[in-house]
Design a protein around this ligand. Structure first.
Ligand SMILES: [Fe+2]
Length: 165
């Protein structure tokens, strides 16, 4: 168990302990628009998230993601990724367990890939799109917190991709 941003979280699963959350499972079949070679029948869970209903002491939203290892349609498991509509509002990320990559992309299309392991943290600048990728054999579990006034732009990634896959 780790204590982070006022919450207790099981680091191996990303599950909040004693907090009300909204959970979500994202299956390969729901990512077909991003990865056209995926089968709409592929029901594997690529990642699962929990978002705490209560905000942290700074009024920020806190969520965790467990990104399963594995590949689908020639890609490593990855989240969809998004830009923030407001480029002045970034996001903090803390790796809870495992390891993985954080891909960052500018509006000009420049992509940077960072390798992050358990215990490491990174402040994502608000102007860079962010996508988590798991090219390893163990789950990549991380927590993020953000100001929800940032707005989420998934559309740009849907239209342009992430430049590197
Ligand atoms: Fe974000």
């Amino acid at each position: 168990m780790v204590r982070l941003w006022g919450f207790e979280i099981d680091e191996s699963s990303g599950s909040f302990i004693g907090a009300d959350v909204v959970g979500k499972e994202v299956r390969a079949s729901s990512l077909v628009a991003y990865f056209p070679s995926l089968s709409p029948d592929d029901d594997r869970v690529v990642y699962q998230t929990e978002t705490a209903l209560a905000r942290d002491d700074n009024g920020l939203h806190v969520a965790t993601t467990l990104l399963f290892p594995g590949t689908f349609a020639g890609n490593f498991s990855m989240t969809r990724g998004h830009f923030h509509v407001d480029p002045t509002l970034g996001e903090e990320m803390v790796v809870l367990s495992g390891r993985g990559e954080l891909w960052l992309k500018s509006r000009e299309g420049e992509v940077t890939r960072l390798s992050l392991s358990a215990g490491e943290e990174f402040s994502i600048p608000g102007h860079l799109a962010h996508r988590a990728v798991n090219p390893h054999e163990v789950p990549f579990v991380f927590a993020v917190r953000w100001d929800d006034r940032c707005g989420h732009d998934y559309e740009s990634i849907l239209n342009e991709g992430f430049g590197a896959r």
